[in-house]
Ligand binder design. Structure first.
Ligand SMILES: [Zn+2]
Length: 262
């Protein structure tokens, strides 16, 4: 039986029976995938302290038969991103990114762009960057990679190019910006959008990941951007993003003791 190797970001880990673990991860070669790590709770060498949420690692695995689970044979840790599990704000943001990834991707649909974005996000958070800012850039870019890029360069109704000195809003149902002239005619979810936020998001849509690491979005602008992107996403998915409530508390500086004391 042939074994394969792939890099992966772990998204979810659940116990299975006495000794096994089921792991959902995102990989450049497989996209979203789920595998079983037999004996993961016992095997110190092969898995211990590696199968944790948000870890970057390499799996050695046997492909699934049919639609079944991959057989995970061994894991080699590249980066544990430990602080994502010890800092509440980083944990919540990584969870938000993980949930969005699960919602916008399919099982075994390879996507190196989304993998690179996810790896970038975990790295920036572990590096101590402002979580709301990272979340806003991740969300924007994930929508683009998944084929739902918001239209931010011109009015989605009359085609007028975005220029400074005018008032712009966002039509959250359509994922397009709206000029002041068209806004009155539109029904539905029209949300305010500061020019500063809009310009930064325009840059963030086109920047490579290295440049994205240098781009700055102030906290209030990041929250504005996230609110718009979340509303647009709710419309697309017709489904709630569970981690959004924690993100909102984060934005309001309501940080509970973390990790929770037991
Ligand atoms: Zn217009």
């Amino acid at each position: 039986m042939n074994y394969c190797r792939t890099r992966a970001i772990v998204l979810q880990v659940t116990a299975h029976g006495e000794a096994d673990k089921i792991v959902t991860f995102f990989s450049p070669d497989l996209g979203r995938a789920t595998g079983i790590a037999k004996g993961a709770k016992r095997s110190l060498k092969r898995f211990v302290n590696k199968l944790e949420e948000f870890s970057l690692l390499q799996f050695i695995y046997r492909p699934a038969r049919g639609d079944g689970l991959l057989f995970l044979s061994e894991a080699e840790l590249e980066n544990a991103h430990l602080s994502l599990r010890t800092h509440y704000d980083r944990y919540v943001t990584a969870t938000y990114a993980g949930e969005l990834t699960l919602r916008f991707t399919l099982e075994q649909d390879p996507d190196p762009e989304i993998f690179a974005l996810l790896a970038w996000t975990m790295h920036e958070l572990a590096d101590g960057r402002e979580p709301l800012e990272v979340a806003a850039f991740f969300h924007l870019r994930l929508l683009g990679a998944a084929g739902y890029e918001p239209r931010l360069d011109r009015c989605g109704f009359c085609g007028r190019t975005v220029e400074n000195g005018q008032e712009w809003s966002m039509h959250a149902g359509r994922g397009v910006v709206v000029c002041g002239g068209c806004r009155q005619d539109q029904r539905g979810s029209i949300l305010p959008l500061r020019m500063q936020t809009l310009r930064c998001l325009q840059h963030a849509q086109r920047a490579d990941l290295k440049s994205l690491s240098r781009l700055r979005l102030a906290r209030k602008n990041a929250l504005e951007a996230l609110t718009l992107l979340h509303r647009y996403t709710q419309h697309l998915l017709q489904h709630d993003i569970h981690a959004w409530q924690q993100m909102r508390r984060l934005a309001a500086d309501q940080i509970p003791a973390f990790p929770p004391s037991v």
